[in-house]
Design a protein. Structure first.
Length: 548
C-alpha cells in the first residue's frame, strides 16, 4: 500500500534579479505612505511591481529536515535514526530557489522506505503509544487510527481516507495481531503522499488556502515543522487563523521557537555556502596546515558565531556582518596568528583584519582552493549571492582555467591580465572587485600581506551602489561599504525570500518584497526577523492562483 509518488521536476534558470544602476531619482511609484521618502524611492527601484500576482498552486515534498522534525513530533518514542543520516541529500544546499522541485527518485526512494521500515519495526515492538486498544475493540481501533492518521496528515484528510486507513487496521488485526497491524498502519501512513508531501492547492473562493493548508504553509515555511511541533493544532487550524489578530499572533509564536531559529541558521549556512568539513577542496600538498581537525574547527567556529548572533532576542544583520568577535579554539589559533586560547572562547579579533561573517576562515575557505584563493570564484559568490548583481554564464569556448594557469604574477595580476579584454570585461567589472578586496586572506583564511613575494593590492573602486562610488584600499573598508549599502540589504531580503519560499521571485512578488525590504531597512535597523514577520502575515503568502 505504499503510495509514494514522484514530483514533477521543472527546469529553472539561475540568476539574480536586480538592476545595476543606483536607485536615486526614481519615482517611488506608490511607495508606502509614511515611510522615509528616500528609502521608498530605493525600494520602488529594486521592487517596482505594483500588481500582486499570487503564486500558483503547488505540491511540495518535505525536505529531510522537515521529515525529521515531523516524524519526531509524530512518533517521539520510536524516533532514533534521523532522515538526515539515512536519506541522501537533495542537491539544494546552495540552490534553494529549487526547493519546490525536490522529489523522490531512484537514489532516495529506497533509503526512505527502509527508514520507515525501521520505524515500523520499533513500533511493532511496543505499539501502545500509537494504538492503545484491545485487539477486539473495533470502535477503539477506528478512533485511535483516525487520530493517528489525522495528525500524520496534518489535518488535510477526508473522512473517506480516514475510513480507508481504519478499515485497513481493523482488517489486519485478526490476521497478524495488533502489534504487527499497528506497525503496518505506521508504514503505509508514512509512505503515503499525504505524509511526505504538503499541498498548497485547496483554496476558498477568494484563493486563500484552506485553514489546514494555510497553517502548514506558515509553520513549515518559517520553522520547517508541522503545527504540533510549535504548540499549534493541525486538527483545529481555524481556531488559530480565523480571528483578526490570529495570523500575526501565530507568526510571532512560531518565530519565537527554537525551530524557527534553527531554520534561520540553516538559511545563513546555505546563503553563505559554508561547506561541511569533508567538502573542502583545499589541497593538503599546498596547505598542509588545513588538516581535518582544522577543517572541522573552521566550520564549528562559523556555526558558533552564527548561533551566538542569531540567538539574540532581536538579531540584526549588522551583528552578523560587522562584529569583530568570534569563537576561537586552539585549532584556529594558528589561522588567526594568536596565542592558543586553551579552550574555545569568544575572542576580540584584530579589527584591521576581521569584520563579521565574511572574514571567518570557514566562509573564506568555502570559496577557495584547491591551491589558490580563486578570487574569481570568491567574486562570483559575492556578485550572485551577496549583492544580487545580474550575471550571465561565461562565454562558450573560453579556456579561463588554462589561460589563468599560464599567466604570471600575483593572483590579482593574473586575473587582471586575462579579464581586461572582451568578452570578459562586462561581467568581470562586477566580479573582480569582490575578489580583489579579499586577497589579504589566503585560501584557508589566514591574513597575508604578500602574494608571490609581491605586496597585496586589495584596492577597489566601484560605481554600482546607490550611495555613490566606493573606493577602498582594505578589505575591512570594502566590507563596511558593501554591507552598509542598499544593494546589499535588498539582496539579503531577496535571499531570505528565495530560501523560505523555495523558489525564485517573480514580478508579482514585488509588493511583498518591497514591504519586507522597507521593514528590514527602516532606520537601518537590519532586524532579521522583521521581514520574516512581513512574509508570514502577508495575504499573498497564503493566497494561490491556478497553475499557469
Amino acid at each position: 500500500m505504499r503510495e509514494c509518488g514522484l514530483a514533477v521536476l521543472a527546469a529553472l534558470a539561475i540568476g539574480c534579479v536586480g538592476v545595476i544602476g543606483p536607485a536615486k531619482g526614481v519615482d517611488p511609484g506608490g511607495g508606502t505612505p509614511g515611510r522615509d521618502s528616500e528609502l521608498a524611492v530605493i525600494a520602488a527601484r529594486y521592487f517596482p511591481g505594483q500588481v500582486v500576482a499570487n503564486p500558483p498552486k503547488r505540491i511540495q515534498r518535505l525536505t529531510r529536515t522537515q521529515l525529521d522534525v515531523t516524524t519526531k513530533t509524530l512518533l517521539p518514542a520510536y524516533y532514533t535514526t534521523t532522515a538526515m543520516d539515512t536519506f541522501p541529500p537533495d542537491p539544494l544546499q546552495t540552490n534553494y530557489e529549487y526547493a519546490a522541485n525536490i522529489s523522490f527518485n531512484q537514489n532516495n526512494f529506497t533509503p526512505y522506505t527502509t527508514w520507515v521500515d525501521q520505524l515500523a519495526a520499533r513500533v511493532q515492538a511496543n505499539s501502545a503509544s500509537v494504538i492503545n486498544c484491545a485487539a477486539t475493540d473495533t470502535t477503539c481501533l477506528k478512533t485511535e487510527s483516525n487520530k493517528f492518521v489525522a495528525r500524520a496528515f496534518r489535518g488535510t484528510v477526508t473522512d473517506t481516507q480516514l475510513d480507508r486507513y481504519s478499515s485497513f487496521l481493523t482488517a489486519s488485526v485478526p490476521l497478524v495481531g495488533l502489534s504487527a497491524a499497528t506497525a503496518d498502519l505506521v508504514n503505509v501512513t508514512l509512505t503515503s503522499p499525504n505524509y511526505v508531501f504538503r499541498d498548497e492547492v485547496l483554496t476558498d473562493s477568494a484563493g486563500l488556502l484552506l485553514p489546514a493548508q494555510r497553517l502548514q504553509n506558515i509553520t513549515y515555511t518559517l520553522a520547517d515543522a508541522p503545527p504540533e511541533t510549535v504548540a499549534l493544532s493541525s486538527v483545529t487550524p481555524g481556531a488559530t487563523l480565523q480571528t483578526l489578530d490570529g495570523v500575526p499572533k501565530t507568526v510571532d509564536q512560531i518565530l519565537a521557537t527554537p525551530e524557527a531559529r534553527a531554520k534561520l541558521m540553516r538559511f545563513f549556512a546555505a546563503w553563505l555556502e559554508i561547506k561541511e568539513p569533508d567538502e573542502f577542496i583545499i589541497a593538503p600538498s599546498v596547505f598542509p596546515e588545513f588538516t581535518p581537525a582544522v577543517a572541522t574547527a573552521v566550520v564549528e567556529e562559523a556555526r558558533a558565531f552564527l548561533n551566538y548572533q542569531l540567538s539574540k532576542a532581536a538579531p540584526t544583520l549588522k551583528d552578523v556582518t560587522q562584529s569583530t568577535e568570534s569563537f576561537v579554539s586552539d585549532s584556529l589559533a594558528s589561522i588567526y596568528a594568536i596565542a592558543s586560547p586553551g579552550t574555545t572562547k569568544l575572542v576580540n579579533l584584530d579589527p584591521a583584519q576581521r569584520l563579521g561573517i565574511f572574514t571567518l576562515p570557514g566562509v573564506i575557505a568555502s570559496h577557495s582552493g584547491p591551491t589558490t584563493t580563486r578570487l574569481v570564484k570568491r567574486g562570483v559568490f559575492f556578485t550572485r549571492k551577496v549583492m544580487c548583481l545580474p550575471l550571465g554564464q561565461p562565454p562558450p569556448n573560453v579556456d579561463t582555467a588554462g589561460v589563468l594557469a599560464a599567466a604570471v604574477g600575483t593572483e590579482r595580476q593574473k586575473v587582471e591580465s586575462v579579464t581586461s579584454v572582451q568578452p570578459c570585461t562586462g561581467c568581470h567589472s562586477y566580479i573582480n572587485p569582490f575578489g580583489f578586496m579579499q586577497e589579504n586572506y589566503d585560501a584557508i583564511g589566514r591574513w597575508r600581506t604578500t602574494d608571490q613575494g609581491q605586496p597585496i593590492d586589495a584596492s577597489i573602486s566601484v560605481d554600482f551602489l546607490d550611495e555613490g562610488r566606493l573606493s577602498t584600499t582594505t578589505p575591512i573598508d570594502a566590507l563596511k561599504g558593501f554591507t552598509n549599502s542598499m544593494r546589499f540589504k535588498q539582496c539579503f531580503v531577496r535571499q531570505l525570500f528565495r530560501f523560505y519560499m523555495g523558489r525564485d521571485e517573480v514580478p508579482g512578488d514585488d509588493p511583498l518584497l518591497r514591504d519586507m525590504f522597507l521593514k528590514f531597512a527602516a532606520s537601518d535597523a537590519q532586524a532579521i526577523v522583521e521581514p520574516l514577520r512581513v512574509l508570514g502575515t502577508s495575504s499573498s503568502f497564503s493566497q494561490r492562483s491556478e497553475v499557469q
